[in-house]
Every structure is written in C-alpha cells, then in structure tokens.
Ligand binder design. Structure first.
Ligand code: HEM
Length: 203
C-alpha cells in the first residue's frame, strides 16, 4: 500500500466502516416502518438482528487472519468497532425478544432460558459478550496485560454458542447455520495454525 492510500484509508476508514455497519439496522427500521417485513414482522425483526449479530461476530474474528494474509495492520484498527457492532445487534435482538415477543413477562423469559436449549445457549453467548465489551478499551487492555488476550479468546466460545443457538432453533433448513459453522471452523483453524507456527519459531 502506498503512503497516500494508507493516509486516505486512515481518514475515511473509520467513518466508512461505522456507516456500513449501521446500514443493516437503518434498512431494517425502514422496512419495519413501511410494513415490508412480511407476514410476521416481529419475528423477522428479531431474526434479522440475530443474524447481523452473528455476522458481525464472525467479521470481528476475520480481522486477525486478514492481517496475517494481507501482512497489513489496518484490519486490527476496525476489530473493536466490529465487535461493538456485534454487541449492538445482539442487544437489539435480545431486547426485541423481551419487549416484542415476551412483553416483559420475566417468568416466561426465565422459563424459556431454562427449558429451551437454543435460548439457554443464546443467553450464555450474550452474557459472555459483556466482559469483552467492558474491557474492549485501551485502558483495560493496558491494565489487563496478557490476561486481556486470554479473556478475549472467549469470543470463539461466544461464536460457537451463537452458531449452536442457530442450529438448535432451525428445524429443517440447516443451510445457513452450516455455512456459519464452516466459516467459524476455517477462522479457528487459521488462528490455531498461526499460533502453532509462532510457537515453533520461538522454540
Ligand atoms: C451472541 C448472542 C446471539 C446471537 C449471535 C444470536 C443469533 C441469532 C440468529 C442467527 C438467529 C436466527 C435468525 C434466522 O433464523 O434468520 C436467532 C434467532 C433467535 N434468537 Fe438469537 N442470538 C443471540 C442471543 C439470543 C438471546 C440472548 C436470546 C433470548 C434470550 C435470543 C433469542 C432468539 C429468538 C427468540 C430467535 C428467533 C426464534 C424464532 O422465532 O424463530 N437470541 N438468533
């Protein structure tokens, strides 16, 4: 990359990634307001936000392998923002389930968490995301040192829970959960191969 294009990327990169990341939500709200979400708009709204939450989780996980492949550091600049967008979409997904699907019926929600495995595993993914969001800033990164990396490896567990959540809830068409599972496996394999190569170089 030339110094000029690197400068340009630095200047427009963050607002561009931010706007693109917000776009699915804006389009979804527009669809909701114009009655374009089909016969069951509430279910469609919950599902769309869940899918974007999962997509952003996988996108976040793609940034480190992308840095290895491109031998450039810029993908890491967007990792935190993409991770926060994953949390943003999952929060809307969860809130719309609580408000629009369950009407704040906490007893029913609790029963769902205990009885329906796809909700149990989804809730686990959501709760595990919280410490990562809280510690995602530079100050916490410095304060936690090497433990920061250890803690943030949880994102793989979260992604596995999210894919399981998807597998468990679909009854017949396993196409998309399988696509996400294969992508996650590929990202995980690249990560393992890279840390194995680093360890062999050190020893
Ligand atoms: C990291 C956390 C989570 C992710 C990434 C996630 C992702 C997803 C995905 C991909 C879907 C399927 C969308 C589709 O069929 O197109 C979905 C559906 C759903 N999720 Fe989640 N989810 C998460 C957490 C939760 C939590 C905490 C709850 C509730 C406690 C929840 C409740 C639901 C419900 C009710 C559905 C729709 C089921 C239906 O009506 O068919 N999810 N989620």
């Amino acid at each position: 990359m030339t110094p000029d294009s690197a400068k340009l990327l630095q200047r427009i990169g963050t607002p561009l990634v931010f706007t693109l990341s917000l776009l699915p939500f804006i389009l979804l709200v527009l669809q909701l307001l114009t009655d374009a979400l089909g016969a069951n708009p509430i279910e469609a709204f919950i599902r769309h936000n869940g899918e974007w939450g999962l997509r952003f989780l996988l996108l976040t996980l793609t940034m480190t392998p992308l840095r290895y492949v491109l031998k450039q550091s810029w993908p890491l600049r967007y990792r935190r923002m993409l991770g926060l967008f994953a949390f943003f979409y999952v929060c809307i997904h969860l809130s719309s389930y609580i408000v629009l699907d369950q009407f704040f019926d906490w007893a029913e929600i609790w029963a769902d968490i205990l009885k329906r495995p796809f909700i149990t595993v989804g809730m686990t993914a959501f709760l595990l995301l919280i410490p990562l969001v809280v510690t995602s800033n530079k100050m916490m990164m410095k304060r936690l040192g090497r433990n920061w990396q250890r803690l943030h490896r949880l994102v793989y567990v979260i992604a596995v829970c999210a894919v399981l959540h998807y597998f468990w809830l679909v009854k017949a068409d396993l196409y998309w959960p399988t696509v996400y599972a294969v992508l996650l496996l590929a990202l995980f394999t690249i990560r393992i191969a890279k840390s194995h190569a680093q360890r062999t170089r050190i020893s």
